[in-house]
Design a binder for this molecule. Sequence first.
Ligand code: FEO
Length: 407
Amino acid sequence: MQVTNISEGTYQLSVNVENILFEGLWEMPNGVSLNSYIVKGEKTAIIDGVCGWDGVPETFYSLLDQLDIAPESIEYLVVNHMEPDHSGWIENLKKINSNFKIVCSKKAKELLSAFYYHTENITTIADGDTLDLGNGHVLSFYEIPNVHWPDTIATFDALTGTLFSCDAFGSFGKVENQKYGDELTENEREVYENDTLRYYSNIVAAFSMQVKKAVAKCETLPVKLVAPGHGLMWRNPKDIFDAYSRYADYSKGPARAEITFIWSSMYGMTEKAVKHALSILEKEDIKVHVHKVPEDSWGTVLTSAWTSTGIILAMPTYEFKMFPPMAAVLEELGKKKVLNRKAFRFGSYGWSGGAQRELDDITTKLSMNWEFLEPVEFLGAPTEEVNNQIEERIKSLVKVVKEIANK
Ligand code: FEO
């Protein structure tokens, strides 16, 4: 819980949240920050709020107290995006301050009514509209729909060059001593980028085309600082604009020269072949992410698959179909638009095969357009011949991944 003085009359209020599943679904090993911003002209506006989770609004009020801002004195609440992690405290604020005005998109107005029965004192904005807070702080608003909800806008203060971008350009990971991306050491940058990729792939990825449009729109503004709703701020906007643009491109591939190896096993037969496959991959000069499901979460697998040009799936057939947790993960990869990957599948079966048929059904239904090498399916445990086939396919996959990702 921290207050950061960003520039004249502009402050960040940040609350870290841990040990929850984001959206009730996504694990966050390093937590997440909920960032809110105050712009003080002659009038005071809060840009984005916090969530209504237990204790968070009270923590937020104590941050306001540090700035000598009474919640009752807040005139405007700019809702860049209605999702409850940013707006869940509105009901709580209403108990203290019944006079604040909400500024948001038309779609957010509908959602505020539907989620919180809040219909009073709402001004809806269109692209390019402005709000003058006095003392030179004139906020302008830009629609960036579907990053990642249809209501989303970004708010820009031309006086300070600050772009308040809400979910866009955000990241998982707590915000502690460092507030800005340029304060990270090289090692910290690597950890942080993984949190950013986890956030991007888990939360925003399905809307990568809209992300590209949002980046292009934001790049036309004279931005000096990107101030997102989650994660670090960026004093060199190009760093995070370029990163987001690159992450969006990974959807259609090729992504990086990496392979994500996702495997399951019931009684160790497929696992024997997995061990052999990993021994082959160890001799290849390529980065490999290995995940066992259901032990590793969807979000973790998705983060790795997002940056990988190649995917290996190893799982047994289960009752004429894919091993169920593997089917669930594969469906999620398709829904998040992990497209055009180079892939290979192998696995054991007992009385019959069938996994391949379900795999084909899922990839077709979700238009994933993965290009598969010929699968290797085997009855019971892998034989030497099976291992040789797996070795040959894996070497082919590594070759093609390197060729297309390094172009
Ligand atoms: Fe950070 Fe879409 O809420």
